[in-house]
Design a protein around this ligand. Structure first.
Ligand code: HEC
Length: 179
């Protein structure tokens, strides 16, 4: 019987006449192979538990840094009591001066969505509307109006949009706007 190293595996002649010996893998190769397995274990433990720099942790860290650098817009608190006739009138003036180009003179929409129907992308309660106007949706072309208008005008224009548009009552029962 021949030595093990001379055994031919026997499937080689299908492949252009090249034959394959059944030899043991070289020690350096096996060593490398086992090393990668050991490395994977060490790496995984370090990644998930020791250094804890998983994608989720990095994301949280980046968000925390961003929140510090760009603090959240203070959202003006507007309640049903703020929807007075004066506020709505003042809000209409703010609307006419700033919003008509995109939302239309009668809130019917254009570049921006219709604000009169009861369909809302970002919610139709007074709080939602105030928040959307304050923070904007910059990536869609809706400006961050908070710093531009200031709290008073924000409250007024939100009251106007809520009552003249399709505002919906919230859990606190802020009344439905007239449509
Ligand atoms: C340059 C165009 C532009 C101007 C000016 C603009 N908006 Fe918008 N607005 C948009 C766009 C675009 C959206 C849709 C954002 C989205 O799809 O997420 C939007 C969304 C909104 C929404 C949310 C609608 C919903 O369905 O949830 C409100 C409320 C709103 N705008 C109010 C205002 C008010 C009030 C003003 C004026 C102070 C104003 N917008 C000025 C473009 C504009």
């Amino acid at each position: 019987m021949s030595k093990e190293k001379d055994l031919i595996l026997g499937h080689g002649d299908e492949c252009d006449g090249i034959e394959e010996y059944d030899n043991a893998l070289p020690a350096w190769w096996l060593g490398l192979f086992y090393f990668t397995i050991a490395w994977a274990v060490v790496y995984a433990v370090n990644y998930h538990f020791v250094a804890n720099d998983s994608q989720a942790a990095l994301y949280d860290a980046e968000m925390a840094a961003a929140a510090e650098q760009w603090p959240q817009q203070e959202i003006t608190q507007v309640s049903a009591a703020d929807i007075t006739e004066d506020a709505v009138d003042a809000g209409k003036a703010v609307y006419d001066a700033n919003c008509v180009a995109c939302h239309g003179p009668n809130l019917e929409g254009g570049i921006g969505p219709n604000l009169k129907d009861s369909e809302w992308v970002h919610g139709g309660t007074l709080t939602d509307i105030t928040r959307t106007i304050t923070e904007g949706v910059p990536e869609k072309g809706m400006l961050t109006w908070g710093p531009i208008l200031g709290p008073q005008k924000i409250a007024q224009v939100a009251s106007f949009v809520y009552s003249a548009g399709g505002g919906v009552p919230d859990a606190a029962g802020t009344p439905e706007g007239e449509k």
